[in-house]
Design a protein around this ligand. Structure first.
Ligand code: CTP
Length: 408
């Protein structure tokens, strides 16, 4: 919620690491960029830098206490007022408390009491940064939609060198302003976007199934981004990832269930995005009871599944934008252009899943967005969330363009 004078309200959370002193510079950069900055320090942060320093530079006095502050419930005021919560530096301990849903101090309670986007900038020694517990906590937070400014490689406390140095305050400020920009645009307000996500599971028997490597991360990131940009979002998903706040999730497992869920939802949609990796084939007669090894190797006969994207295109209502996805390993653009023409959708998002850090199960992606008019946009390797925004930019262009055509 912006302040009365229209400035975005930013909670700047500072946890207890040596890099806390750099958060002072970040605070100044955000104030200079026109933000109302409310600093919240953990008790450990105050051992590295004083509240007075932040209070002198920020838009309101720095706070540390869950109890005893002016307001009885400071965390809800901060959480509800925030347009963005930043944690810089985010220590391993803070990430663990946030991931586990603790609310044992003002900063973690504020994180639980907010619906605003959250940006974390971790900083710690390399050994800690590479710990599986830290890696898992960060990946869990990412899956929940938290954005991350990765630490840099460089000099660390005590003269050590390695990965884990807090990103430059200017880089963190830039990421924060980009999120605020995106959030305040709400360019999809009034639109309904239906998104499919995940790899479908086609049963062989009650305990076995055929599936693919899709994690659903890109589809869920699209749902996050579309909701944040103001759209009403329906997410038809076969992934077990959490649904973004405010998004209606329809949980499905098979291609047939996804087909059944997508068609009626699409009738009300302005845009339909088929990010799911739908099985092309399924076992024709799944066994009703578990197939036993002693009966010999089973012969599994496959049959094609319904082409959901094809049916959506066949039923497309006037002005509706339909987006298909393609995962390719060779002649990526040629195959994608042919698929776009064959499928008849408006946009086709293609990724080269043989490239490092791209596609299945990664937190990052790199895609080309091809349009039916022959234009193409390349999105370089970035977070799936950032890729989602670039896809939605194209969807929005198409929606606006078809409205312009209608009004002529
Ligand atoms: N799709 C669908 N229904 C299916 C299969 C795929 O709606 N039964 C959608 C996917 O969600 C995706 C696009 O179609 O948006 C992918 O097209 P598809 O023909 O499945 O791609 P590939 O299987 O990769 O095709 P090919 O084997 O020709 O590469």
């Amino acid at each position: 919620m912006a302040t009365a004078d229209g400035r975005p309200f930013v909670v700047l959370g500072v946890s207890g690491g040596i890099a806390a002193y750099k958060a002072v510079e970040l605070c100044r950069l955000l104030v200079d960029a026109g933000c109302h900055v409310a600093p919240v320090l953990t008790e450990h942060a105050t051992r590295f830098v004083g509240t007075l320093t932040f209070s002198a530079l920020a838009s309101e006095p720095a706070q540390t206490e869950l109890y005893g502050a002016d307001s009885v419930i400071p965390h809800t005021r901060l959480g509800q007022s925030a347009d963005l919560v930043i944690i810089a530096p985010a220590t391993a301990h803070l990430l663990a408390r946030y991931a586990a849903g603790f609310a044992d101090d003002l900063l973690t309670a504020t994180l639980l009491a907010t619906r605003a986007p959250v940006l974390v900038a971790p900083a710690m020694h390399t050994e800690m940064w590479e710990q599986p517990s830290v890696v898992d906590n960060l990946s869990l937070l990412r899956r929940r939609g938290v954005e991350v400014v990765e630490p840099e490689v460089g000099r660390l406390a005590g003269g050590d060198e390695g990965a884990g140095r807090l990103a430059d305050p200017a880089t963190i400020a830039e990421a924060a302003l980009a999120i605020l920009d995106r959030h305040q645009t709400a360019d999809l307000e009034g639109r309904t976007v239906v998104i499919s996500a995940g790899g479908t599971r086609e049963p062989i028997d009650p305990v076995r199934f055929l599936t693919n490597r899709s994690s659903g991360k890109q589809g869920h990131a699209l749902a996050f981004a579309a909701a944040e940009r103001g759209a009403t979002v329906v997410l038809v998903t076969s992934s077990s990832l959490p649904a973004p706040p405010g998004v209606r999730a329809v949980r499905v497992e098979t291609a047939a269930q996804m087909h059944e869920a997508m068609l009626p939802e699409a009738e009300r949609a302005d845009a339909v995005i088929m990010a799911a990796a739908v099985a092309d084939f399924r076992p024709a007669s799944p066994a009703a009871t578990k197939v036993k090894r002693e009966r010999g190797t089973p012969q599994i006969v496959l049959e094609p599944t319904a082409d959901i994207l094809g049916d959506l295109v066949a039923r497309r209502k006037v002005g509706q934008v339909i987006v298909g996805f393609a995962a390719e390993t060779d002649q990526v653009l040629e195959h994608a252009a042919a698929k776009l023409a064959r499928k008849g959708c408006d946009l086709l998002v293609v990724n080269d899943v043989s490239a490092p850090s791209v596609g299945f199960d990664h937190d990052t992606n790199a895609v080309h967005i091809l349009a039916a008019d022959g234009s193409s946009h390349a999105v370089a390797l970035s977070s799936k969330r950032a890729v989602a925004d670039r896809i939605l930019d194209r969807v929005n262009d198409h929606l606006n363009h078809s409205e312009e055509k209608d009004s002529r």
